[in-house]
Design a protein around this ligand. Structure first.
Ligand code: ATP
Length: 497
């Protein structure tokens, strides 16, 4: 309306000036300039549509249900409980329960927080409006706040247009928009945006024509402003953790549903071998396995594709780096050393030994975790230190010298030795490492590592011919499975007797 009045008034002024015979060019110049400035402000602020809003219906085409999310049983349960107020608002009113306005999903990347929010929208038959915290932040003060207002307004409009009684606004990376006030250099813009979000949330009510629920996700819960977390705002916090073995199996099953699996595939074993993987990594694993099978022109995904895909997800893509023959031999002896020590300390612990360069490594071994473990004993940590030292000691015993290839192994071994001390598992008992006299920590770490080095040297000397022969097999094949390694070890040991 204002626009029309402005255009009409402007034209009238120009005609008036023309009739008076005055020069109108400076006026036209000023008007064009003003028009350009308005246009730019429109683009920066108010008229900008969120991707989510523009594509809202499109993104919703594949509806996600809680059954499509593997594991996360406690997160799903907690979330579903919290959502019941959207499904049965009358009951909530009758009981005098304060309606929930915000749910915060907290957990590491790729654990399914966005999936949970989308499933929440399906479960409550709500309009789903996703946005990312970074979409609200611009250099210009006030733009973010305007976008927050617009987001709520559009959620209402979209829900009404689609004849829905409720809408779920999902903000990913809420820590960008909701960080503690005053913590940003351009804090005026950040603070105004956060204040606007708080105002909008405070204004939400069950009596609104469209009930709005805010769901936000973060993996930096500690950065959020306290005002966001107080009762009546994001006061329901749902932890979304990395999946356990059963959860991983469910996720693998979900992502393997549309893929032809060979009869030798046992997803339970793959779930066991992928301790620490997030849902997103498991999805990537099945996808990479399918790509590997496709490249080989195989009709089905076999165990070898899935295992190679695990290596790829952990270590990265294979590199073209080609070491010369001598270096390859050294790498093979190094990796065989790790593998032999791992098998001595925990039989059947090796899943793969490879001399294929991936990421920073020229070769690698992958162990099968005994079980999902969250606590470790001193014995376990010492065993891991021994496995890490196995590569360098093997090089030294077989080739007469070490190389820089063990640098990363040593870094990890030192960290494990430090963990033994800080957890009170060393002969020093419980100590504060910060208060130890100079050099004492180092001496104790050295003692732990040296005693493991002794242990490893004795074992490697018992296996010298075996290590040389296995290293030759590895040179030929580049990658051998744990089962094949164990068969070789048995065969070589028999021959040695
Ligand atoms: P971020 O914190 O990085 O935004 P997120 O926790 O929101 O990650 P999602 O975007 O929900 O993670 O998940 C990414 C992808 O990983 C999903 O599209 C899905 O393919 C897969 N995925 C993650 N968790 C699960 C799960 N529990 N079940 C099935 N698939 C999952």
């Amino acid at each position: 309306m204002l626009k029309e009045i402005g255009i009409g008034g402007g034209l009238g002024l120009i005609v008036g000036l023309l009739l008076l015979g005055l020069n109108i060019y400076p006026l036209i110049f000023i008007l064009v300039l003003m028009l350009l400035v308005f246009k730019m402000m429109d683009m920066k602020g108010g008229m900008k549509q969120f991707n989510s809003i523009k594509g809202g219906a499109g993104r919703r085409s594949g509806l996600i249900c809680f059954q499509d999310i593997g594991g996360q049983n406690s997160a799903k349960r907690e979330l579903q409980e919290a959502l019941d107020f959207l499904r049965d608002p009358d009951m909530i009113k009758a009981m005098g329960i304060r309606p929930l306005k915000g749910i915060l999903l907290v957990g590491p990347p790729g654990t399914g927080k966005t999936l949970l929010a989308r499933a929440a929208a399906t479960y409550t038959n709500s309009e789903f409006i996703p946005a990312a915290g970074s979409e609200f932040i611009e250099m210009y003060a006030g733009v973010g706040a305007q976008r927050v207002r617009q987001l709520f307004q559009q959620a209402r409009t979209m829900a009404k247009n689609n004849k829905k009684k409720s809408a779920i606004i999902f903000i990913d990376e809420i820590e960008i928009l909701g960080a503690k006030r005053g913590s940003h250099s351009s804090h005026l813009e950040y603070d105004q945006t956060l204040n606007q979000l708080l105002v909008e949330m405070d204004g939400l009510s069950l009596d609104d024509e469209v009930t709005i629920l805010m769901v936000a996700a973060t993996n930096r819960h500690d950065l959020l402003d306290k005002a966001l977390l107080r009762p009546g705002r994001f006061d329901r916090i749902v932890q979304v953790e990395l999946p356990d073995c059963e959860g991983r199996l469910q996720i693998l099953n979900i992502h393997a549903r549309n893929k032809p699996l060979a009869s030798d595939v046992n997803l339970e074993n793959i779930a066991m071998e992928t301790f620490g993987f997030s849902g997103a990594q498991l999805e990537s694993l099945t996808n990479e396995a399918a790509i590997l099978a496709f490249r080989e022109k195989a009709k089905q995904l076999g165990t070898k594709h899935l295992k190679e895909a695990i290596d790829k997800v952990i270590m990265g893509e294979k590199l073209d780096r080609r070491p010369d023959k001598d270096e390859c031999m050294r790498i093979a002896i190094h990796e065989t050393g790790h593998a032999v020590i791992s098998e001595c300390i925990r039989p059947s612990s090796i899943s793969t030994v490879a001399i294929v360069p991936r990421g920073k490594a020229m070769g690698y071994i992958r162990q099968i975790p005994e079980k999902d473990s969250y606590l470790y004993t001193r014995e376990h940590l010492e065993g891991q230190i021994a496995v890490l030292l196995g590569g360098a000691v093997s090089e030294e015993e077989v080739l007469g010298s070490r190389s820089t290839g063990a640098t990363m192994d040593f870094e990890q071994a030192i960290e494990l030795a430090r963990t033994i001390i800080t957890s009170g598992l060393s002969s020093m008992g419980v100590v504060s490492t910060n208060d130890l006299p100079n050099g004492v920590l180092h001496e104790y770490m050295k003692e732990i590592i040296s005693s493991q080095e002794e242990r490893v040297r004795k074992l490697i000397r018992n296996y010298l011919p075996v290590i040389k022969n296995v290293a030759h097999y590895l040179l030929e094949k580049e990658r051998i499975s744990g089962n094949y390694l164990r068969e070789l070890l048995r065969r070589e040991q028999k021959n040695a007797v």
